[in-house]
Design a protein around this ligand. Structure first.
Ligand SMILES: Cc1cc2nc3c(=O)[nH]c(=O)nc-3n(C[C@H](O)[C@H](O)[C@H](O)COP(=O)(O)OP(=O)(O)OC[C@H]3O[C@@H](n4cnc5c(N)ncnc54)[C@H](O)[C@@H]3O)c2cc1C
Length: 216
């Protein structure tokens, strides 16, 4: 796949970051890094005038993002209904604690992808997508877990959204207070957000003698 044939996504009228435009990022490598760090996205679409924004998991493969689910779910219906969709990923990096409430903020990295998804029908392509999906969430788990049957693959909807119309936005650094406020006896700075996984907790039916696997 020609993943990096051009180094950035050309901004369009729809993906041009307008407010604080200097925080807009179109560089493919940075967009990919944000997508690969996140696990959860929100899918926005409109059906009969009603907007829906549905949270779900995702994984990137080259210049496509996969989502999966029950074919009967509303979000999985966007492909055969040929609906426009918007996929958004948000990573929260820090609380930005300004001296003034007005400048209190968040350090973040986010990606917005606009477009139409294609529905995967080929079982082998679906299998590859689901392997990628599983290993994105829990690296190495696909190889440890029982493999899906063809029946299970047929019963799983998988959509691929192309990374064509894409923007990222990134805020980093300390608060930006008004100059006169730096003289106030009020603390300012950032509080990093650190996400971490806890110790694995076995369920009640784990066979005797089994320990938690190497994945994750
Ligand atoms: C965790 C978090 C907290 C935020 N808090 C605030 C807040 O409190 N107040 C506030 O005004 N803004 C906040 N933002 C920024 C917000 O997401 C928008 O960027 C903001 O509303 C300005 O949008 P706009 O008018 O420039 O662009 P819009 O006209 O809304 O959007 C134009 C295009 O710019 C791109 N774009 C806009 N925002 C983003 C983004 N965040 N990531 C990727 N692409 C984007 C999209 O392609 C979009 O179609 C926050 C963002 C994050 C991730």
């Amino acid at each position: 796949m020609m993943e990096n044939s051009t180094p950035s996504y050309p901004p369009t009228d729809r993906t041009q970051v307008r407010r604080r435009a200097m925080r807009g990022v179109y560089d493919k490598a940075q967009v990919h890094a944000i997508l690969d760090e996140g696990f959860l996205c929100h899918i926005g679409f409109v059906i009969d005038g009603q907007p829906y924004v549905i949270p779900t998991a995702y994984a990137r493969s080259g210049e496509e993002v996969y989502i999966h689910g029950a074919p009967a779910s509303r979000v999985m219906g966007v492909a055969h209904r040929e609906l426009d969709m918007c996929l958004t990923v948000t990573l929260m990096d820090a609380l930005v604690v300004a001296r003034s409430a007005f400048h209190t903020s968040i350090n973040y990295r986010s990606v917005v992808v606009l477009g139409r998804a294609r529905q995967l029908t080929d079982l082998e392509e679906k299998r590859k997508a689901l392997r990628l999906f599983t290993n994105h969430l829990i690296p190495g788990r696909w190889e440890e877990a029982k493999q899906p049957t063809d029946q299970e693959l047929k019963a799983t909807g998988v959509l691929a959204l192309p990374l064509d119309e894409v923007s990222a936005k990134v805020r980093t650094g300390p608060p930006i207070d008004d100059e006169e406020d730096y003289a106030l006896p009020i603390w300012g700075g950032v509080v990093p957000v650190i996400q971490t996984f806890g110790k694995p907790v076995p369920d009640e039916r784990v066979l005797a003698g089994l320990t938690a696997p190497n994945s994750r």
